[in-house]
Design a protein around this ligand. Structure first.
Ligand code: GLU
Length: 508
């Protein structure tokens, strides 16, 4: 019988959510949804030293913005609650004790000084950075080297200790990764990771295995930086007697800098001028805010679309996919093994395409607050909707709507008269004055009527259309951009058109 698919995203609340993290969540979500399964969000907050205030809420908000909604989470709860590891603390110790009892883990009482001494004393040409492992553990202070009485005595005296896994020696630890296929690890190269700390708090290694088991996770997606830890986890599944329930692993390739030279970091984003986090992240430690894709003007549709394509290909030429389409076509076979270079220009292309695709109504909902925040007073939603329809194709990011539409609401504060002046003459001034009086006499004010008057007058005065249309545009818009100039004139109205034309004529 096939098990119900249960995937999880298991972030640690340590800071802003990098786009690689969102991609892990997305693939995990798509896989679950494709197989009519459940997507779980588990907060891995056992490392109190790395805990950052506000990071958990921020991660949940980011997923919410992306439309990657967990079926079970600290907010939603579910059959395997709690979904925050710090709240599950009492559950882990018994497994650590079970491992000790079965000879797969041991107490270690070494002080930080002992560990330091080991690293310096055992350092050799052959072993430049000695670890706590099969080759060194018997020279350390632990329940493998001390007698049972000594161990009990130390425990009774509340001597600080940790529990370490006893990694096997001379073993090949193999598993099949959904992306990379069979992976073999030499157990001798893996150290005896700490599983439980003296205060009863598990480390990530123990907690991730216990929780994936208890939460019945069938497929575990995570970044490839976790590959070196995989042998530890495989052995824990084995030693705890859960081997048959072990999830299938998928270690996702890195997202690389645009030049392909290493992992994309927040610093690269700062340096190259693009966001790396999903949403604005305010770091309470530095009091600094890092800009996110949301705030720079990306649509969530575009963001998940571009993330889906970073490291996976659809097998089709088409590149624009909605979330529902992604769910139906997502497949692990087409996830790349190699890292994916992040290309910001391409990311913007996705957004531009999505801005053109979404309905004007939805666009208005998103753009209105952006314009209002810039001080634009919007009296009439129907008018805003028309403006959006007129400029939408010209906007790559949502924030572009401000520059692309401000002149529909306010008279420009500057005009590119330098572009007009060199070819300006009295005939053109006369043209615009006459245009205004003819329009004033007409009762109709619309783009078609205006264009007809404009053309006839230009022909009568024997001036080329192009030499008049460009100045007209600058008079209304301030610069050489925007949709059809007659359409703009119709929308801003006769009064505003005349006001702007007169203003610029005065400057010329
Ligand atoms: N808590 C780990 C992290 O934040 C997740 C690793 C995993 O998914 O197993 O990277």
């Amino acid at each position: 019988m096939n098990k119900e698919v249960r995937t999880r995203f298991a972030p640690s609340p340590t800071g802003g959510l990098h786009l690689g993290g969102v991609r892990t969540a997305l693939y995990s979500y798509l896989y679950a949804k494709k197989h009519a399964g459940t997507f779980v969000l588990r907060v891995e907050d056992t490392d109190q030293t790395r805990y950052v205030e506000g990071a958990e809420k921020y991660i949940l908000d980011c997923l919410d913005w992306c439309g990657i909604s967990p079926d079970e989470s600290p907010l939603k709860s579910g059959p395997y609650a709690p979904y925050r590891q710090s709240e599950r603390k009492p559950m882990y110790k018994q497994y650590a004790l079970q491992l000790i009892e079965n000879g797969h883990a041991y107490y270690a009482f070494d002080t930080p000084e002992d560990l330091e001494k080991m690293r310096t004393d055992l350092k050799s040409e052959k072993n430049p950075s000695p670890q706590y492992d099969h080759s060194t553990r018997m020279q350390m202070k632990n329940s493998l080297t001390l007698s049972a009485e000594e161990v009990n005595d130390l425990l009774a005296k509340n001597t600080p200790f940790v529990v370490r896994i006893k990694m096997p020696s001379n073993e090949t630890i193999s598993f099949t990764d959904m992306i990379r296929g069979e992976i073999n690890n030499d157990s001798n190269l893996v150290d005896d990771k700490v599983l439980l700390k003296g205060d009863g708090m598990p480390t990530y290694h123990l907690a991730v295995v216990v929780d994936d088991y208890l939460m019945k996770i069938t497929h575990a997606f995570r970044g490839e930086e976790w590959l070196p830890s995989a042998p530890v986890h495989i052995k824990l599944w084995d030693y705890l007697g859960w081997k048959n329930d072990m999830p299938q692993w998928a270690h996702l390739p890195l997202i690389l800098k645009p030049d392909g030279n290493g992992k994309l970091s927040k610093r690269d984003g700062d340096r190259l001028g693009f966001p790396v986090f999903a949403m604005n992240w305010f770091d309470p430690k530095t009091n600094e805010t890092t800009i996110g894709f949301k705030e720079i003007g990306f649509l969530p549709e575009a963001f998940i679309n571009l993330l889906a394509m970073l490291g996976w290909h659809s097998g089709e030429e088409k590149e624009l996919f909605s979330k529902d389409e992604l769910i139906s076509i997502f497949s692990m076979e087409r996830v790349h093994k190699g890292g994916a270079k992040f290309d910001y220009e391409k990311a913007k292309w996705f957004n531009h395409e999505w801005v053109k695709t979404i309905s004007d109504d939805r666009c208005m909902m998103l753009v209105k607050p952006i314009l209002q925040a810039k001080g634009i007073v919007i009296k009439d939603d129907a008018y805003l909707l028309k403006v959006i329809g007129a400029v939408k194709d010209r906007c790559t990011l949502l924030n572009d709507f401000y520059t692309q539409s401000v002149y529909f609401f306010e008279t420009p504060t500057s005009f590119d008269t330098d572009a007009i002046k060199p070819k300006w003459n009295e005939d053109k001034t006369a043209f615009f004055n006459e245009l205004m009086s003819q329009c004033a006499a007409s009762t109709n004010w619309n783009a078609v009527e205006l264009e007809t008057i404009f053309k006839e007058l230009a022909t009568a005065k024997n001036i080329k259309m192009g030499e008049l249309q460009m100045p007209f545009r600058i008079m209304l818009v301030g610069g050489k951009f925007g949709p059809g100039v007659f359409e703009i004139a119709e929308m801003i109205g006769k009064e505003s058109t005349f006001e702007r034309v007169k203003m610029v004529l005065g400057m010329l």
